[in-house]
Design a protein around this ligand. Structure first.
Ligand SMILES: Cc1cc2nc3c(=O)[nH]c(=O)nc-3n(C[C@H](O)[C@H](O)[C@H](O)COP(=O)(O)O)c2cc1C
Length: 310
């Protein structure tokens, strides 16, 4: 039996404990299906999609794979129509982050679904476990997108220590087999990976965003409230990690103005996002040197980790 076949694989019905993060509109049905077909778990990003769009995405994934997959929802930004569609279509796995979810977890379990809940602190992990999550994701601040304050290395074992045996996946800063092998040593049963999957042909890029990721060093990301303040998102406890760029640098010293000048800054931010000049990504960008089909990436990370563990 493979060294990578941890109990969470049986729980989720997968062969390799590599989960692709549900990254809002950056996921495509092709990405999700490729990861699931390779033996990992692909997750559709539910954030910023309405019920009709999400239904289409789910049905397309079902045409491309018969393997388990998931849909992600951010609890603090919930679209009730979109969560209803996810539950109605009984997607195998519901992925949650950022918020208390006991009621949603109950509804998902009633629909026969498994629930993965991503957290940023040991306290949230304890709450997610008592709310009934089947799998907890410990997300370190190295990661891309909305992140908390603790780093992956100390967070993962502290989460494991408080969740009474609920399987834990590590997220934040993992992009290759070294990362997977390392967090298995911490006691995690697998990984959830975001940034690395952005550099695949299947991920939905923006402009030249994939090239920006290939060229970035891990030292060139920054986590701040800029994105949320300017777009008017209320997201308590979170910063957004992105790759540094001229717009961010220009406003860096004027944090008090971000929300106040949001109307003025927003067109520039939206244009930079669309062009791929403002790229949401984590420190692992510095580990990414090629665009690889998502299925090959799953196999490569697994192969590297197996070799290291051997
Ligand atoms: C572009 C991007 C979008 C993201 N969107 C979401 C999201 O909609 N919901 C969510 O729970 N996490 C989201 N995340 C965070 C991931 O779930 C995950 O925790 C993170 O990517 C892990 O760190 P890594 O990027 O170093 O792999 C996003 C991450 C990125 C890079």
């Amino acid at each position: 039996m493979s060294r990578l076949q941890t109990p969470v694989c049986d729980l989720l019905g997968i062969q390799i404990p590599i989960v692709q993060a549900g990254m809002s509109t950056y996921t495509t049905p092709e990405l999700v299906a490729a990861v699931s077909n390779a033996g990992g778990l692909g997750i559709i990003g539910g954030l910023f999609r309405d019920a009709d769009e999400l239904r289409d995405e789910i049905l397309k994934v079902r045409q491309l794979t018969s393997r388990p997959f998931g849909v992600n929802h951010v609890v603090s930004q919930l679209d009730s129509g979109a969560i209803d569609v996810t539950l109605e279509l009984r997607v195998p796995v519901l992925s949650l982050a950022w918020g208390k979810a006991d009621e949603i977890v109950r509804r998902a379990h009633d629909a026969g679904m498994k629930v993965i809940h991503q957290v940023n602190t040991p306290e949230e992990a304890g709450r997610a476990a008592s709310d009934g999550a089947d799998v907890i994701v410990a997300q370190g601040a190295e990661g891309g997108g909305h992140v908390g304050a603790m780093s992956t290395l100390p967070l993962v074992p502290q989460v494991i220590d408080v969740v009474n045996g609920v399987p834990v996946l590590a997220a934040g800063g993992i992009a290759d087999g070294r990362g997977l092998a390392a967090v298995l040593m911490l006691g995690a049963q697998g990984v959830l990976v975001g940034t690395r999957f952005l550099a695949t042909p299947e991920a939905r890029g923006r402009g030249h965003s994939k090239d920006v990721i290939l060229n970035a060093l891990g030292s060139q990301t920054v986590a701040s409230k800029f994105f949320d303040d300017v777009l008017g998102l209320r997201w308590p406890g979170a910063l957004v990690r992105s790759i540094r760029n001229p717009l961010l640098d220009r406003w860096a010293q004027r944090q008090q103005d971000w929300a106040l000048a949001a109307e003025q800054i927003r067109p520039s931010l939206e244009a930079a996002l669309a062009a791929g000049d403002f790229v949401i990504a984590g420190e692992s960008a510095g580990l990414i040197h090629d665009i690889v089909p998502a299925g090959e990436l799953v196999a490569r990370i697994a192969r590297e980790a197996e070799a290291l563990l051997g």
